[in-house]
Structures are given as C-alpha cells and as structure tokens.
Design a protein around this ligand. Structure first.
Ligand SMILES: *Cc1c(COP(=O)(O)O)cnc(C)c1O
Length: 493
C-alpha cells in the first residue's frame, strides 16, 4: 500500500516537472502578442513592399541555408526566424503573390483567406465529420452547394473541398471507377477519352487509382485545341465494336497550355447517349462562369457527372483548396464511405455521415478549408470576384492585341485568360530565339512567364489569374518584351 502511494507521489512529481515544460506550448497572452505582432509586421512589410520585390529570383541556393539552422531543444526568437523565412523561403524562386506572376496557371493569396486560416487553426475546428464539427461541415457543404449552383447542377449533388485540383480530380476518377463497377479484371479494357491538352494530373490520378493500364484515347482536336466531338463519337463506336469498355470522357474547361474550352455540351450529349461517365476538369476555367459574358462559353458543364474547380486559382485563394463536385452524391459516398469500430458513435448517425467530408473523400482528419473561402466571400461579397475575373479576361485580350503591335506572332483570340505568342526574328531559328527570350525575362525577374511547345513550335504563354495583375502590370511586361527583343536581335545580328 505505502509502496503504491510512494510510486504515485513519484509519478505526480515527474508529471509536474513535465507540465512546467510542456506548458511552453501554451504561450500566455503577452508572449502570443509579441510573436503575433512580429509576424503581422513582417506580413505588412511584405504586402506594402510588393512593388519593390522581384517576381522571380533566379538564385535558389539561399534555400539551402535553412539547414544551417537545425532544430534544437530550446528554440529561438521570432525576429531571427522571420529573417530566415525572408532570406531562405520568400526571396528565392517565384513570388506567387506578385501581380507579375503570369506563368503556368497563377494562384492567388487574398489576405482575408489568411485570417480565415488563422481562425480555423486557432479554434482547430474538426471539419471531417458532422458529428464533431456540425458548423464547419455545414459551412463547407454550403460552399460546395454554391459552386454546384454556379455549375448548374440540380440539388442532390455532393462534393469535397480538397487540397487542390489534383486530389479533386483523383476523387472524381475513383468515384467514376466505382460507379461503373470497374474491377481489376476490366482495367485493361476500360477506355478513357481526352485530348492531348488534358492536364497531366488526370493521367497521374488514373495511375494512383490503379487504372494505369486502362486504354487512353487521345481524341483529335480542331485548330483551337478543342476536342472534336465527331472524332469522339467515332472512337467510342470503334472501341465498343472491338470489345473494349468505353468508360469515361474527360473534357477540359480551360486547358493549361492555351486556355481552350472543349465543346462541353456536345461532349455531354455523346457521353450520355453512350453511357460514359462525363468528367470536366474546370480547375482553371470553372470560376469564369461568375462573369456574365463568359458563362455561355462554359455551357455544358452542367451535363457532367463530376467536375473540378480550383478556388486557389479562380477565386484567388492562397494555395491549398481545390473542389470536386459529383452530381450524384450517393456515387461519391459509395466510393469513399468507411466503417470502423472506433467510429461507431459517428457512423450511428448514418444520415448525417453521408454529409461528412470523411465519407466523401479519402481524408478523415483534415484542415478546415471552408473558413478561408467563406470569410473572404462574406467580407467582400461576390462582386469584386466577378470584376477581378472579368478584368483578367480583358487584360488578356488587351495583351493579345498590343503584343502584335510589337511585331509578335500570336495564337488565336484568347478564349479565357491565356494568350500564346512568339517572336519570329528576321534571321535565325524562332524556337531558339524565343527560348532565349524566356531566359532573359527570367533573369530580369520583374515579370515571370512560362513557355510551351505546340506541335514542336516553342511559344510563350501569358496566363493572367493573379488578382494583383492589373493594366500597369501588362504594360510593364510589354515594355520588358520590347526591350528584350531589341537586345536579343541586336546581339544576334
Ligand atoms: C492547375 C490545374 C490542375 C491541377 O490542380 P492543382 O490545384 O495544381 O493540383 C488540373 N487541371 C487543370 C486544368 C489545371 O489548370
């Protein structure tokens, strides 16, 4: 007896000793505000000094200096750490928050999202199951319903706020696999239809979903890189005659290379009449449906069985939010539900669990992504988002027009906010010239762009989707282009 008391006393002593140290993880108000104020001051400097920062810093070696400051038992002060973050993380490489980011498909970083994240992190709301976080789950489902309405889905759809478009596409593909009852023995006969312009993450998602062996049909495109519906119909018929299983057609609402929109309505009609799952990758283009003048171009999205939109692109959110919508919520649920003994209290509320992200996605515990989208939408209202998207469409058309005056050759009139162009020099190879031009722009660093190959032709891309890109950004870029072309032409002559 006395021995047990002695042991307990001993343990209690040790617990108190550990508590004294572990309570450092619960800083008091004074320490909280000291660190918070330093972080906020740094963030303010970053935002206020944006115009003086480069968009692209070619020197990447600074990142390695992080290793010179290893983790230790005692930790350090915030001032020194913010200096490390500035020098090793924020300075090198791309500044994706800058309006000068005009490469790939740019992302966002609207400020109020960061405050939504702050609240989501401080409260640590559990957004995986309705049982634990009814409000958090309700908020995410309300956002998904808002997107479903934008797409034109009828009530009864489901969805998920994932970490990005790649995972959102994966969720759709797994749902399509289960909905069509595809088993391993069918995989090598299952046929997916898409064009050569499909985003690579869709191919990757097929592989991750175990479907790497399925048959991939690259359907012919028209001269504007859009799927040819007649070719699709013919390919499906041929495959069926050959004993294959036409399974899924994937259309793009805004391709990464050129911003092309596949003929969504015609593809939808074909998919329905032939019994294929119809998936639309609208990661880049989907939110342009908020712009009245652009919505007709996206007609046909509503015919899809599943669709992906990327709020960290088209709604200017900081990285970390993609969305998938599935017209038949039950199909999404059948592909992702779960059961476990330790979940019995949750699963007992069956009707509710069908509404829970954990039953509709691969994740259980997840970041409460809803608040970073809900807060800015509620604070700003929808109007500035519509205006910003329309501004981006017009900036792209403006650029497409102006760059021709500088003597550039251009691709077709931009469908969305991507333009392609190249400079054809009087002498010498055009591909080599444009490659050198990209390199010169990267070395300059004020603006960041990317290039692509279209039928072996090296072309430059302009992709306008950062909310901070405005008319002055495009004018500055036009000046830089003009300056670099002169320098390169002079050097090459
Ligand atoms: C960006 C993009 C993706 C991938 O989304 P992530 O959010 O980068 O994972 C997929 N499809 C298209 C068309 C995209 O533009």
């Amino acid at each position: 007896m006395s021995e047990a008391v002695g042991l307990s006393g001993d343990i209690a002593e040790r617990i108190r000793g550990l508590e004294a140290v572990s309570r450092r993880l619960e800083p008091e108000s004074g320490e909280r505000s000291m660190v918070r104020d330093a972080v906020v001051a740094y963030a303010e400097d970053f935002l206020e000094g944006m115009a003086q920062r480069k968009t692209y810093e070619i020197e990447k070696e600074k990142a390695g200096e992080l290793r010179a400051s290893p983790f230790d038992d005692e930790g350090g002060g915030i001032g020194e750490l913010l200096q490390l973050v500035e020098r090793c993380v924020v300075e090198p490489g791309l500044n994706p928050a800058a309006g000068g980011h005009l490469a790939y498909i740019p992302g966002g970083g609207i400020y109020f999202s960061s405050l939504g994240d702050y609240l989501a992190d401080v409260t640590n709301e559990y957004a995986g199951v309705r049982f634990a976080g009814p409000g958090a789950v309700e908020m995410e489902n309300m956002l998904l319903d808002w997107m479903a309405e934008l797409v034109g889905y009828p009530p009864g759809s489901g969805g998920n706020l994932a970490s990005g478009g790649s995972i959102a596409n994966l969720i759709a593909i797994v749902t399509a696999r289960e909905a069509h009852g595809l088993k391993a023995r069918h995989f090598h006969q299952a046929v997916v239809y898409w064009t050569g312009q499909v985003h690579h993450c869709v191919d990757k998602a097929l592989r991750v979903a175990g479907l790497g062996e399925c048959v991939k049909r690259f359907v012919a495109m028209d001269h504007r890189y859009r799927m040819d519906p007649a070719a699709l119909e013919q390919a499906i018929a041929e495959d069926r005659r050959a004993g294959l299983i036409p399974w899924m057609v994937i259309a793009s609402a805004g391709t990464t290379d050129v911003g092309a929109i596949d003929p969504l309505e015609e593809i939808g009609r074909i998919a329905r009449s032939k019994g294929l799952w119809y998936h639309v990758d609208a990661a880049y283009g989907g939110f342009f449906a908020l712009v009245d003048g652009c919505r007709p171009k996206l007609k046909g999205m509503e015919l899809s069985d599943s669709i992906v939109l990327d709020p960290h692109k088209g709604l200017f959110l900081p990285y970390g939010t993609g969305a998938v919508l599935v017209k038949d919520k039950q199909a999404l649920h059948r592909a992702h539900y779960y059961q476990a003994a330790y979940m019995q209290d949750v699963v007992a509320e069956e009707s509710l669990s069908v509404d829970s992200p954990a039953a509709l996605s691969p994740e259980l515990t997840k970041h409460f992504r809803g608040l970073r989208l809900w807060l800015p939408l509620k604070l700003h209202g929808i109007l500035p988002f519509r205006a910003c998207l329309e501004e981006k469409l017009l900036l792209t058309r403006y650029f497409h027009d102006q760059v021709q005056r500088l003597g550039f050759e251009v691709g077709p009139e931009p469908e969305l906010s991507v333009a392609i162009y190249r400079y054809v020099p009087r002498s010498g190879g055009a591909n080599a010239f444009n490659e050198a031009l990209v390199q010169a722009i990267h070395r300059d660093g004020r603006i960041f762009i990317s290039s692509t190959l279209l039928e072996e032709i090296f072309v430059l891309r302009l992709a306008v989707l950062t909310f901070r890109t405005h008319l002055e950004t495009i004018d500055r870029y036009l000046e830089i282009l003009d300056e670099k072309v002169r320098t390169l032409s002079g050097a090459g002559a």
